[in-house]
Design a binder for this molecule. Structure first.
Ligand SMILES: CC(C)(COP(=O)(O)OP(=O)(O)OC[C@H]1O[C@@H](n2cnc3c(N)ncnc32)[C@H](O)[C@@H]1OP(=O)(O)O)[C@@H](O)C(=O)NCCC(=O)NCCS
Length: 404
C-alpha cells in the first residue's frame, strides 16, 4: 500500500480535526470543529493519506523559543496520531524523517513537543527539556523560614484586563531563560487565560515597583474542592513570573492571605523555582517533578550559532550517525562564548562523542555533560567534559510551561 505524505488541504482540515478528536479521545473536543482543527493552519500540517483518507495527522507550530538571551526558531510538534487500523506501518517515522528535513529548510533549527508517551519520541532523538515541578500546599503552610514577607501590595484584575500590563513582565522574565515560548496574543487568551465552566473566572494579581509591573500570578479560585471543614477552596496557578525576590515573596504572601483556601496547586513550575528554598516547611509543598516537554536539535550548526551562552570553550564533538538528521553526523568544531558561537565540520580528531538525543539534552542545559559522562552517554576526556559543562550551562533551569 502506498501512502501520500503532504500537508492537508483546506477542505481536509475537518478530517484533521476528527483525527485529533479520536487520537486524544475527546480531550480537545469531539467532532470536526474542535481545538485541534481550529488552532492549526493547513500549511503547518504534514499528514499521510491513503487515497482520500487521512491515516496519520501531524503538525508543527512555528514558535520562537528563548535560548539564554537569544531566540531560536522552533517547530512545536503537535496533533500526532495514526488511525489504529494504519498503525505500526512506519507512517509516523516517514513523516518525522521528512518533517526534520523540512524544518531545517525552513530555518527551524530545533523542535519540541509534549509527549503522550515518551517512548514514541525518544527513538527520534528527543530528550527531556527541564521538568514541571508540582506543588500542592495549604495556605496555612505558606510561611517563609526567615519571616521576610513581600512588601508589595498586589492589584487583582480579571486576567484578560491585565494582559497589556503583564506582557512586559513575562518578556523580561523569559529573556535570559531557556525553553520559554514567545506567546502570541492567541496563546495568552486561549491557553493561559482561557476560562472554562470548570475553572470559573481567571484572575491576575500584579505587583508594582513604583508604577511598573514587576510580577504577576494568573490563577483560578473555586469552592468545594478540598475536603476540609474550614478551608474547602482551591487556587490553581496558571502562570507566575517575577523580576525580583520581593515581587516573588509578595505574590506568595498574597496567595497565603486566601484564608478559605486549603490547597494551592501549581503544576508547571520550573525546577529552580525558589519556594522550596524559602518555605519554613518545604515538605508541606508536597512537591514532585513531572515530565515536561521533549526537545531535539534539528540543525546543529544553526542551533549552535543562534543560542546564547554564558560560558565559553572550543572543542571537536563527534555526533554518532543518525538517519533522521544525517546533515548533523560527523565531527564538529564548536566554539562558543558570550560574544557568539559557531560550528564547522572538522577533520580533526574528536574530543568527545555522543548521539543526537544526548546532544539535545546537553544543548538545552537540561543535563550537565559531567552527569551524562558518568551515565555512559558521553565518551570523552575529563577536560572535554569540563569544557562542555562550561559551554552549555544555562543561567536558569530550562523550562516550557506552555501546553500546545
Ligand atoms: C504514536 C503513533 C502516532 C505512532 O503512529 P504509527 O504510524 O503507528 O508509528 P510508526 O509505525 O511509524 O511507528 C513508529 C515507531 O514507534 C513505535 N511505536 C509506535 N507506537 C508506540 C507506542 N505507543 N509506544 C512505544 N513505541 C511505539 C513503533 O514500534 C515504531 O518504531 P520504529 O520506528 O523504531 O520501528 C500512534 O500509535 C498513535 O496515534 N497513538 C495514539 C495517539 C498518540 O499517542 N499520539 C501522540 C501524541 S503526542
Amino acid at each position: 500500500m502506498t501512502f501520500e505524505i503532504r500537508p492537508a488541504r483546506d477542505e481536509e482540515m475537518d478530517q484533521f480535526g476528527l483525527m485529533g478528536a479520536y487520537s486524544y479521545a475527546g480531550a480537545f473536543g469531539d467532532g470536526a470543529d474542535n481545538v485541534v482543527r481550529n488552532s492549526h493552519r493547513p500549511e503547518w500540517t504534514l499528514c499521510a493519506f491513503d487515497g482520500p483518507t487521512m491515516a496519520t495527522s501531524f503538525a508543527a507550530f512555528p514558535f520562537t523559543v528563548r535560548a539564554d538571551g537569544n531566540t531560536l526558531s522552533y517547530a512545536g510538534i503537535t496533533a500526532v496520531g495514526t488511525r489504529p487500523e494504519y498503525r505500526r506501518r512506519g507512517l509516523l517515522r516517514q513523516i518525522m524523517t521528512r518533517a526534520f528535513a523540512e524544518e531545517r529548510e525552513r530555518g527551524q533549527c530545533v523542535a519540541g513537543l509534549w509527549a503522550s508517551q515518551a517512548a514514541i519520541y525518544q527513538r527520534y532523538g528527543f530528550a527531556a527539556l527541564g521538568a514541571c515541578r508540582q506543588y500542592s500546599v495549604d495556605t496555612v503552610d505558606i510561611q517563609f523560614h526567615d519571616g521576610v514577607t513581600g512588601t508589595l501590595a498586589p492589584r487583582r484584575y480579571a486576567a484578560v484586563d491585565a494582559l497589556d500590563e503583564i506582557k512586559a513582565v513575562y518578556r523580561a522574565f523569559i529573556e535570559p531563560r531557556f525553553g520559554y515560548l514567545h506567546r502570541a496574543q492567541v496563546m495568552w487568551r486561549d491557553t493561559v487565560m482561557a476560562e472554562t465552566d470548570a475553572s470559573g473566572p481567571v484572575w491576575c494579581a500584579v505587583v508594582y515597583d513604583d508604577q511598573r509591573p514587576c510580577g504577576y500570578v494568573i490563577y483560578t479560585l473555586r469552592a468545594n474542592k478540598v475536603e476540609h471543614a474550614a478551608r474547602g477552596q482551591e487556587i490553581v496557578i496558571r502562570d507566575l513570573a517575577w523580576l525580583d525576590a520581593d515581587a516573588y515573596r509578595s505574590l506568595w504572601s498574597y496567595l497565603a492571605h486566601h484564608d478559605l483556601v486549603g490547597r494551592v496547586l501549581w503544576e508547571n513550575a520550573p525546577v529552580d523555582d525558589p519556594l522550596t528554598e524559602i518555605l519554613a516547611e518545604p515538605r508541606m509543598l508536597h512537591h514532585r517533578d513531572a515530565e515536561g516537554t521533549w526537545f531535539r536539535v534539528v540543525d546543529l550548526p544553526e542551533a549552535i550559532r543562534q543560542r546564547g551562552y554564558s560560558g565559553s570553550g572550543s572543542l571537536v564533538v563527534e555526533l554518532e550517525p543518525d538517519t533522521l538528521t544525517p546533515w548533523n553526523n560527523g565531527n564538529w568544531r564548536i566554539e562558543a562564548s558570550v560574544d557568539g558561537a559557531s560550528a564547522e565540520h572538522s577533520r580533526g580528531e574528536a574530543d568527545c562523542r555522543m548521539n543526537s538525543r544526548t546532544f539535545s539534552a546537553l544543548y538545552s542545559g537540561t543535563r550537565k555533560a559531567s552527569d551524562l559522562h558518568h551515565w555512559g552517554l558521553i565518551e570523552g576526556s575529563p577536560e572535554a567534559v569540563r569544557t562542555l559543562d562550561e559551554m552549555f550551562r544555562t543561567e536558569y533551569a530550562p523550562h516550557c510551561p506552555d501546553h500546545y
